[in-house]
Design a protein around this ligand. Structure first.
Ligand SMILES: [Zn+2]
Length: 403
């Protein structure tokens, strides 16, 4: 579902010019600047996403990603901290005694964890996050930066019935190319080490469509850092916490910790979500959101035993902002999954939380695919909300649309 219809393709780029003054009747020179800025923004986000997605940061093992994010945020923001779990917070101070807004994306990716090493050097493993068996067999992986593959039984010795079935995780193993456990140990590989897909991001035949591992949620990280660059030094009506959380993929854990500490007035969670638009997904019975149709303003999610109904005032603020700014958006449910929003809104006495998702195909696979224009739209939407959030922002329940 794409709503509302009829926005001109370049409306979001034009609106970006708000800081520079009126855009009612842009002259040729302004148009040129705006469009170049849009192209440049897309290029920067693509570059940053590629850099971030190349980093291995399986849940609970986000060190390399956290180090990179802290460095990139410290380049533009004075106040950057990393807590003992790896949550990164960059704070842009606003008025004293004013409200605070937390904008959060997670840094971790799904993967595996080493459980044992066989006498022949093969590595048994468990999952960390939503890895599924159908996507594991024959994949390239890395452990501590060393290359391996998930072994696949030779077709020649696979009985016909077995070819159509998926081996259970218990039967799978990682082969690092050795024949004994000593050489595996010599690499420094130990029980508890993380296993990540090796699948560098590539632009596809359609260059706006990017594919690779961990686009969930390195695209959110890229947007958060871009927000820091754009908002650092701005006069804000709120204190802004730009946050990257850990351990989202294994139960929204980092978000609980950091939200309790920051105690924000309100929050926006930015994450990816599975998309339809492929032959195996019904747009009405499964997933309505599509890649390339703009950011998804998610109204409710439900996965496992957790869920979130977007706080109605924050939800309405996101919708109203997208409408006013001419940002194409999608309105959707996210059932069958969750984001940090499911944890964030329940902390302390409750945090009014809005949810923005970037649709992606092939969720939790090494070839996740997104459209970079959706990241540009998400950035513009969240940036505009952040610039306008103040003590005057009405978060009251009764003033919101009952829906
Ligand atoms: Zn995610």
């Amino acid at each position: 579902m794409l709503t509302p219809q009829g926005y001109v393709a370049d409306a979001p780029e034009r609106r970006q010019d708000d800081e520079r003054g009126s855009v009612d009747e842009p002259n040729e020179e302004q148009e040129q600047t705006v469009s170049e800025d849009g192209v440049e923004l897309k290029r920067r986000l693509t570059q940053r996403l590629g850099d971030y997605a190349a980093i291995d940061a399986v849940a609970g093992h986000e060190h390399a990603m956290v180090a990179r994010l802290a460095e990139d945020l410290r380049a533009v923001v004075d106040q950057v901290s990393v807590d003992p779990f790896g949550n990164v917070v960059a704070t842009l101070p606003g008025p004293e005694n004013g409200p605070s807004l937390m904008i959060a994306a997670h840094s971790d990716e799904i993967g595996g964890v080493v459980k044992a090493v066989e006498p022949d050097g093969m590595i048994r493993f468990e999952r960390l996050g939503g890895v599924i068996e159908t996507l594991l067999v024959g994949r390239a992986v890395r452990i501590r930066g060393h290359r391996g593959v998930v072994g696949a039984k030779a077709g020649h010795i696979t009985p016909p019935a077995e070819r159509l079935s998926v081996p259970p995780l218990r039967d799978l193993y990682v082969d690092m190319g050795f024949d004994n456990p000593e050489e595996v140990a010599n690499l420094g590989i130990r029980v508890g080490d993380a296993i990540a897909y090796e699948a560098p991001m590539r632009a596809l035949a359609n260059p706006d469509r990017l594919s690779g591992k961990a686009l969930d949620n390195r695209i959110g990280c890229a947007v958060v850092v871009e927000l820091a660059q754009r908002l650092a030094g701005a006069t804000l009506g709120c204190t802004l916490h730009l946050v990257v959380t850990v351990q989202e993929e294994i139960g929204l854990r980092g978000a609980q910790i950091v939200t309790f500490r920051l105690d924000p007035t309100a929050a926006i969670v930015l994450d990816t979500m599975p998309a339809g638009g492929t032959p195996d997904v019904s747009a009405t019975r499964d997933l309505s959101m599509r890649i390339g149709a703009g950011p998804v303003i998610t109204v409710a999610s439900r996965g496992g035993n957790a869920g979130a109904i977007a706080q109605p005032a924050m939800r309405d603020l996101l919708f109203a902002t997208a409408e006013r700014e001419g940002i194409s958006y999608q309105r959707a449910l996210f059932y069958g999954g969750n984001s940090d929003a499911a944890a964030v809104h329940l902390v302390r006495s409750g945090v009014p939380t809005g949810i923005v998702n970037i649709a992606r195909r092939y969720s939790h696979s090494p070839v996740e695919m997104l459209d970079i224009n959706d990241a540009v739209g998400s950035l513009r939407l969240i940036e505009t909300v952040a610039r306008g959030f103040s003590a005057d922002t009405d978060l009251s329940f009764l003033a919101s649309d009952p829906g």
